[in-house]
Design a binder for this molecule. Structure first.
Ligand SMILES: Nc1ncnc2c1ncn2[C@@H]1O[C@H](COP(=O)(O)OP(=O)(O)OP(=O)(O)O)[C@@H](O)[C@H]1O
Ligand SMILES: [Mg+2]
Length: 351
């Protein structure tokens, strides 16, 4: 196996390459042992996928990992979902043998093929995955389907010996999909364990960068490290992005900040595309919050109305709730702020 460096952009998969986050890893592994449903949350680039993959590999359990971001945009069909599962199971050495004889699954020289249009095929496959783990990474994407996945998850929970790990960077949307707290919802009342990822403390973030630079054999000034830590605010994915761009592409800090903030802006645009024509107003709200550092509800309303005319209270409340559920805004003591400083820069400079 090739050597992985801290600044390599792919999610980390091995404990040797996994920096810090011992507490979170421990609690993930404990949850895997004890629980049936594990929810891993954290904003973009907080290290969710790395934690899940490293944890699962360390646990020795077999798993199928579905990256729900790979699903097509718009409404998701059961076939889209089955295709994702087919691709993943084709990478697993245990899958072929396990799925032999399952109706709707053919096994040829090129590998597994799932017959399309089969609503129950997913369940038949999962029934065979006894003792294994199903990972739905970025599971909030599964909201976009008319197929009742929440029922299916509840069924798996109640009847199959398969553990489920779901993750999401749009934490509010993830819980809106799972609906664990809603009495009429299928998953209601099922115990679950949440592992919540945070940013690194500044000292840890510095340590991460020093370690990464050392691996790359590159000498840097203390000021560079300090500036990067303050700009990228302990978000491990941004620190990795910085380290990679600085050492491999030889970009300056300001160039990296520019690229990073443009990247986060394009991710924002993509995430807001679900609101169609309403998108412009979402962007306007974000711009208002970004330029004021922090604002209360009434301040946002005043500024938005100055630009767009009268806005009903519940319309604005909805926008703010959606933006918080997607992780772009956070509210403390009734004041709203942009969560990610890099996105904030992007909004202020390039929107
Ligand atoms: N514990 C860690 N040790 C070393 N590198 C890490 C760690 N966690 C994350 N990274 C690096 O940070 C970046 C983001 O990590 P990862 O993809 O796991 O996060 P994520 O929360 O799943 O991100 P996204 O929201 O984009 O899916 C990757 O480049 C990964 O290699
Ligand atoms: Mg991820």
């Amino acid at each position: 196996m090739g050597l992985t460096m801290l600044f390599d952009p792919e999610p980390k998969k091995r404990i040797e390459d996994f920096f810090n986050m011992r507490e979170e890893l421990k609690s993930f592994l404990q949850s895997l042992r004890k629980g049936k449903l594990i929810v891993v949350t954290g904003l973009r680039r907080y290290g969710k996928t790395s934690l899940i993959l490293t944890g699962l590999n360390a646990s020795g359990l077999d798993y199928a990992f579905l990256d729900c971001r790979l699903l097509p945009s718009g409404m998701i069909s059961i076939n889209d979902f089955l295709n994702l599962l087919e691709d993943e199971l084709n990478k697993k050495s245990w899958a072929k043998k396990l799925l032999q004889g399952v109706e709707g699954v053919s096994i040829g020289s090129v590998g597994l093929r799932f017959r399309g249009g089969e609503k129950n095929l997913f369940l038949r496959i999962l029934e065979k995955m006894e003792g294994k783990v199903l990972v739905l990474d970025e599971a909030q994407e599964l909201r976009r389907t008319s197929y009742r996945l929440d029922h299916l998850l509840a069924y798996i929970y109640d009847h199959l010996n398969v553990k489920i790990v779901v993750s999401g960077s749009q934490v509010g949307l993830l819980y809106r999909f799972l609906r664990i707290q809603e009495p009429e919802a299928p998953l209601f009342g099922r115990p679950y364990l949440e592992v919540r990822l945070k940013r690194l403390e500044p000292q840890k973030a510095e340590e991460f960068l020093w370690k990464g630079f050392e691996q790359e054999g590159i000498k840097v000034n203390r000021e560079v490290v300090e500036e990067a830590v303050s700009r990228f605010d302990g978000v491990i994915g941004w620190l990795t992005y910085f380290g990679y761009s600085y050492t491999r592409n030889k970009y300056s800090i300001s160039k990296i900040l520019e690229k990073a903030s443009k990247l986060s802006l394009s991710e924002l645009n993509h995430a807001l595309s679900i609101y169609n024509v309403g998108r412009k107003r979402y962007l306007e709200v974000l711009k208002i919050v970004a330029s004021a550092n922090q604002l209360r509800w009434s301040g946002i309303k005043r500024a938005l109305e100055a630009k767009e005319g009268k806005i009903p209270n519940n319309t604005l409340s909805n926008i703010l709730k959606n933006l918080m559920d997607q992780g772009f805004l956070e509210k403390t003591n009734e004041e709203y702020r942009i969560t990610d400083p890099i996105l904030k820069t992007g909004i202020l400079k390039y929107l």
